[in-house]
Design a protein around this ligand. Structure first.
Ligand code: TRP
Length: 495
């Protein structure tokens, strides 16, 4: 086997793993999932899942990767459990599927850089026309995939580390600026309430599996991305501490992204009350819900899943209005924002591509460059239906209607539902079952103790043991069943 790359130091690993974690999941997906999941209840569930369930899974993935120095499939083989390498294969399939649609959304974001420069702030009102413009989008998508492939072909540490160290802090500064700006806007308080004041009566199966899927997606878990990155992690470093830092950063950025979005949305709704009245007039199901729930605020009405505003278009529709309200400064800030968002997406696409590439390099003996371009090409092709589902093709835009569902689901959302909300928690379930009962928790603990003085016997070590042996298998297994039944078959087990 070829000599493996290594991150130059602990900060390098953390930056790369955080670069993988922080991406469209935080800034694009998190706010709209919160919007569709009923606001603060979703946020609370998400936080609980991130720290209690996902952090132990993350630690386990990194430990397996560092122990075996392999890709997700090779890792199970190297530990001597070939039968379990189907978990790695499932992960590679999930990664390929996720990248196939992720690249399309990244292409939308990248294209917005040019739209903002041109001052095309009205684009938020024509988002479907934009995503249907298949000529433009496919060019952006090709550029994005080529950039991803180029960085991956340069090897792990060189390309990824450097990009992340500069981009991420800058992105955080801009988001924080937008947070402050949005809070000065009239009507923004309603947004804060929606975001921070949980109404636990709204909890249901959908909120729970949505929050779990989001936690896995956002932390890049459940498909072996962190097994792969862990394989480049040094024996001198502390896995648990690093994983905690990554989780905190990722969650922190998602939270401030929401803090920027909801006040903006509520400011927009506040300024255009006719938005709500026309919504009620044009959509019978929205009108029915409003009639049945007299206390609903305009913001809540606007964000109802039935209203169709809170889906994949949320940041793309809302933010241009916000930038427009800043005058000429808005062009610059808008362009920089979407440029940095594109970079955040790029460090994530890189980690998604790295997994199948590491697999064919390690296991099939491909040369790195050949593996990279081959995989990137295949994944691009798989992403074409997702690209067409932005409105260009009616067939892919209304691809499937789940059993008992009222509305159809587009191809892109279908793949996201399958891969991120279903396969990732399933992968997390299988990884913890494997680590606890097949590889054995003592071996996991021994790996975690390397580079971590004081870990043995500590409270953290006890919690990880408990989570990996009991909590994760139980809850992840349960929610997986709940997801499949609820999402695809319309069977709500509770709520
Ligand atoms: N976490 C990234 C985001 O939030 C997406 C991502 C990158 C990912 N690598 C992954 C998701 C691996 C699941 C698995 O944008």
């Amino acid at each position: 086997m070829a000599v493996r790359g290594q991150f130059s130091n602990r900060l390098g690993f953390i930056m790369a793993a955080a670069g993988s974690a922080v991406g469209l999941g935080n800034i694009w997906k998190f706010p709209f999932e919160v919007g569709q999941g009923g606001g603060a209840v979703f946020v609370v569930m998400y936080l609980i899942f991130c720290f209690l369930l996902c952090l132990p899974v993350m630690v386990t993935e990194i430990a397996i990767g560092r122990k075996t120095q392999r890709n997700p499939v090779g890792a199970f083989n190297a530990l001597g459990y070939k039968k379990w390498n189907f978990v790695g294969k499932l992960g590679i399939i999930s990664g390929i599927l996720i990248l196939s649609f992720y690249n399309v959304v990244a292409a939308w974001a990248f294209g917005y850089v040019f739209e903002m420069v041109m001052g095309n702030f009205d684009i938020g009102n024509h988002f479907t026309a934009y995503t249907s413009d298949i000529f433009k989008i496919s060019i952006y998508a090709v550029v994005f995939m080529v950039a991803t492939a180029y960085i991956v072909s340069q090897g792990v540490s060189k390309g990824i580390e450097r990009a992340t160290k500069i981009m991420m802090p800058t992105l955080i500064v801009i988001i924080l600026f937008l947070v402050i700006y949005s809070l000065t806007k009239e009507g923004s308080l309603e947004g804060l309430k929606f975001y921070f004041q949980p109404d636990f009566s709204e909890i249901n199966g959908k909120v729970i599996y949505g929050a779990l899927g989001q936690a896995f997606f956002s932390l890049s878990l459940g498909m072996g991305a962190l097994i792969t990155y862990g394989s480049y992690f040094s024996k001198k470093d502390n896995i648990t501490t690093s994983a905690s830092i990554i989780t905190l950063m990722d969650v922190g950025i998602a939270l401030i992204a929401g803090l920027m979005m909801f006040p903006f949305v509520s400011f927009m709704v506040h300024n255009n009350p006719q938005l709500i009245s026309s919504l009620i007039e044009s959509k019978a199901d929205v009108a029915a819900i409003v009639a049945a729930n007299p206390g609903m605020s305009n913001l809540e009405i606007f964000l109802l899943p039935e209203a169709g505003n809170s889906g994949a278009g949320l940041i793309f529709a809302t933010l241009p209005t916000a930038f427009e309200s800043m005058g000429a400064f808005g062009n610059v800030l808008g362009a920089i924002f979407f440029l940095l968002l594109s970079f955040a997406a790029l460090t994530s696409t890189v980690s998604l591509l790295e997994v199948p590439v590491a697999y064919v390099v390690d296991e099939k003996g491909y040369k790195r460059s050949r593996a990279v371009w081959l995989m990137a090409g295949i994944i691009f092709l798989i992403g074409i239906p997702s690209m067409l589902s932005g409105g260009y093709s009616a067939f892919f835009s209304d691809f499937i209607t789940y059993y008992h569902a009222e509305k159809s689901t587009g191809f892109l959302s279908f793949i996201s539902d399958t891969a991120s909300d279903t396969f990732l928690p399933l992968g997390g379930f299988l990884i913890t079952v494997f680590a606890a009962y097949v590889w054995k928790k003592e071996n996991l603990q021994a790996e975690l103790a390397i580079g971590a003085p004081g870990f043995e016997g500590s409270l953290v070590s006890k919690y990880i043991s408990f989570a990996v042996t009991v909590l994760c298998p139980l809850i992840l297994g349960l929610i997986f069943v709940l997801t499949v039944l609820g999402k695809f078959f319309g069977v709500e087990v509770f709520g």
